[in-house]
Design a protein around this ligand. Structure first.
Ligand code: NZQ
Ligand code: ZN
Length: 385
């Protein structure tokens, strides 16, 4: 049903000063719409770098895309695209801006109700406007993948779609753009990229040695440099390694041939849709609870992670696995991302609404074995209080 693959052809321009090379990536005579968020790029000089690099290219701007971007905002952008006869979209921002731009690109070419794009998980997408990105936040991997997540504000439905048509043509990754990130977003980004790897790694063994070791390399890098980004926000090498790790974490590299869990993401998505928590915050809350609940099934991979990534030197798999959960929670907390619902003023009252949303979205068989039912989700959320 889904219209995408993870073997991709997004061109990456990585490194200091790469925004200056933007113009060569955009078709001559294009009418560009620069899409952006709440205005951080106008304060930190990135907007100016982008518009300088565009030189004599014809562009208009569409700002105000909110974190966890709204479907309703995207529809306004689509009207603008049509009115201005825009034929190239340039997303300048984090995952929210890039995801919104992917939806705008698909909706601008879609015949009929744009919500069909979401309802079909992207299967209804037959075409899209071309997209380029200037990434300003290392976290989601959206800069090199076919995925977008949008929220319908009136119904609190936060849902994703996938389509090769919306995969960015190019993405510019200048680690310097991330120097101005607020501490909260540094923490969110580190947790998100770390959890992306874990969702594709802490499942059950399939003897995929290459994928496992790629994953362990990414985890070790994020573990090592995440805390340094908080201490030294302008350390280029730290920012560069985190940015590259985040892109590699969700571009298909480590997904091929291995099972994926994604229960944490799907439960977390509902928490954001209903209660507005940041994406990274939901992951830090839910993942330790999923692992605790599924400890028996995940023991072998948790122990491998504990030994190879966290250097836990115990003989017994069960002990290593349990310590790995504790240490992962501590890592999230050390990045300033709290790991209990109570830390965000939420309690047991969220359980029924989250379970009902998952059911409404037909996410009723979660996890790498499809064995996490709505009743299990309720128990997982109890462990997350
Ligand atoms: O809106 P502005 O003013 O730009 O401020 C943003 C926003 O408030 C700010 N920011 C970004 N770059 C900055 C900066 N502030 C200062 N300096 C900079 N360089 O950071 C705030 C958060 O931005 P946002 O784009 O929302 O963060 P993130 O990149 O974490 O994206 C989160 C969204 O991506 C989705 C999430 O669900 C969420 O909606 N995801 C997308 C995925 C994908 N496409 O593959 C996968 C992920 O699992 C995730 O679901
Ligand atoms: Zn994520």
């Amino acid at each position: 049903m889904n219209n995408f693959s993870f073997f991709n052809n997004t061109k990456i321009l990585f490194g200091e000063g790469q925004i200056a090379n933007l113009k060569a990536e955009i078709p001559t005579n294009a009418k560009v719409m620069i899409t952006f968020g709440g205005g951080s790029i106008k304060k930190n000089g990135i907007f100016e770098q982008v518009t300088t690099a565009l030189a004599d290219i014809n562009w208009v701007e569409f700002g105000g895309i909110e974190p966890n971007p709204h479907y309703e905002t995207c529809l306004k952008a689509v009207e603008r695209v049509k009115a201005e006869k825009v034929d190239f979209l340039l997303a300048v921002g984090g995952g929210s801006v890039i995801d919104a731009t992917k939806f705008i690109a698909a909706a601008a070419k879609h015949q009929g109700d744009a919500w069909e794009i979401i309802q079909s998980f992207g299967g209804a997408v037959q075409n899209a406007l071309p997209i380029g990105c200037v990434l300003t936040l290392a976290a989601t991997g959206s800069e090199m993948n076919p995925t977008a997540v949008v929220t319908r504000a009136d119904t609190q439905d936060k849902l994703f779609f996938n389509s090769d048509f919306v995969r960015p043509r190019f993405s510019i990754l200048d680690p310097q753009t991330t120097y101005t990130l607020p501490v909260r977003q540094v923490g969110n980004g580190v947790v998100d990229s770390f959890v992306h790897v874990l969702e594709q790694y802490v499942t059950y063994p399939v003897n995929a040695k290459v994928q496992d070791r790629f994953a362990e390399g990414l985890l070790s890098t994020i573990l090592e440099d995440g805390p340094k980004a908080l201490l030294e926000p302008k350390n280029y090498e730290v920012r560069a390694n985190l940015m590259w790790a985040a892109t590699m974490a969700l571009n298909g590299l480590i997904a091929s041939g291995v099972p994926g869990d994604w229960a944490t993401h799907l439960i977390g998505q509902e928490l954001t849709g209903l209660y507005g928590l940041d994406h990274g915050q939901t992951l830090a809350i839910v993942m330790p609870a999923v692992w605790t609940y599924k400890l028996a099934q995940k023991r072998e991979k948790l122990a491998q992670y504990g030994r190879r990534v966290l250097n836990i030197n115990e003989a017994d798999d069960a002990v290593v696995a349990e310590q790995a959960i504790v240490r992962t929670r501590e890592f999230f907390e050390s990045m300033g991302v709290k790991t209990h619902l109570a830390d965000y003023g939420l309690g047991a009252e969220v359980i029924t609404p989250v379970v009902e949303k998952l059911q409404a979205h037909q996410f009723t068989q979660l996890g790498e074995r499809g064995d996490i039912t709505p009743a299990d989700v309720a128990k997982i959320l109890e462990l997350a209080l």
